[in-house]
Design a protein around this ligand. Structure first.
Ligand code: SF4
Ligand code: MG
Length: 336
């Protein structure tokens, strides 16, 4: 069947102001020509270091950030070029789970009001009794006690707060959920619980996920396919098992062999990829990864590698993969 989401040549460029008259000095190409499909019922892991554009891409998929160019089709309907009013009927079908459940929940609202709000906004579950039933079913599904309904966000732990954030996102039975680093702010001991909750909800409700993370290990267990992003572009895309077994892009290889290092100011570690992450303000020429790539060739400084299709749904944007590239066949053929 048709993919739930079809993204073609998507760009999100932000003007950089400054200089004498505050005129645009240029643009940060946060998302710079992304094409991908998200299949119904799958989890697409979207991975890259901070600043690579993965959060911007995730928000652009939901039209929460305005794309500069390109096409996004959701269930066959073009999202770009539509007003927010036109998008309204689609809004309930596409939801975002935030990284920080502390910042994303209104501290002055009880859980009952937080979870009731989506129904009110969309004019669903009109009667008080009906809304109460829906909200109670949500806290049950999240494994929270009914008493939670009368409490405020600050009365909960980080993991419980994220359960409330997830409950709000799935309240209206969306088709697509973009989860932007949903466990990164949580204690390691809680992370698996939240991941398992997301997996259970997906199975029970037929959800499709885009699961954003900065670490390949976090999405390994949940992903059907994984897209690796570097400086605004997808540099590798593959079925999960294939990506972890046989990564083709040197950046993916570096992410997989990254070692945990202490994260200053936080009681956890970060995975460290050798070399400096590039500045989106002043991106490298050619292949954006070349200043950090152990295999960089002269050509890599001048030319930008396209995303080469390598067969079996695997593609990589590296000249080293060029020799294995397949023609993209317009229709299935007997060749190959
Ligand atoms: Fe490295 Fe060149 Fe491949 Fe870029 S294209 S990842 S610099 S080998
Ligand atoms: Mg982010």
């Amino acid at each position: 069947s048709e993919p739930l989401l079809q993204v073609r040549d998507l760009k999100v460029h932000f003007p950089v102001r400054g200089g004498f008259w505050g005129r645009a000095r240029g643009a940060v190409k946060a998302v710079d020509g992304v094409g991908l499909d998200v299949v119904r019922g799958e989890t697409l892991g979207l991975v890259g270091e901070s600043g690579c554009g993965k959060s911007t891409l995730g928000r652009a998929l939901l039209r929460l950030v305005e794309p500069t160019a390109g096409s996004i089709r959701f269930d066959g309907q073009e999202l770009t070029g539509q007003s927010q009013r036109q998008l309204r009927p689609l809004r309930r079908r596409m939801q975002l789970v935030f990284q920080d459940p502390y910042a994303s929940l209104n501290p002055r609202m009880t859980v009952r009001d937080i979870l009731g709000e989506p129904f009110a906004i969309h004019g669903l579950a009109r009667g008080r009794g009906e809304r109460e039933r829906e909200v109670a079913a949500l806290v049950d599904a999240m494994g929270l006690p009914r008493e939670a309904l009368d409490r405020y966000p600050h009365e909960f732990s980080g993991g419980q707060r994220q359960r409330i954030g997830i409950a709000r996102a799935i309240a209206l039975r969306p088709d697509l959920v973009v989860a932007d680093e949903p466990i990164s702010a949580l204690d390691v001991s809680i992370q698996a619980q939240i991941v398992n909750l997301l997996v259970d909800l997906q199975r029970e409700r037929g959800l499709t996920y885009v699961f954003i993370a900065h670490d390949l290990k976090i999405v390994e267990y949940v992903s059907t396919r994984v897209a690796v992003m570097y400086l605004g572009r997808i540099v590798e895309l593959a079925p999960a098992a294939d990506l972890y077994r046989r990564p083709r892009h040197p950046y993916t290889q570096a992410l997989l062999s990254a070692v945990p290092v202490p994260d200053p100011g936080r009681a956890r570690t970060r995975m460290l990829v050798p070399g400096e992450p590039p500045s989106p303000l002043n991106p490298p020429t050619g292949c954006a990864f070349h200043p950090r790539c152990p295999h960089a060739m002269e050509r890599c400084r001048r030319e930008t590698p396209p995303l080469y299709p390598l067969g079996a749904g695997h593609s990589a944007a590296c000249f080293l993969a060029e020799g294995d590239a397949r023609e993209v066949a317009p229709t299935p053929t007997s060749g190959g």
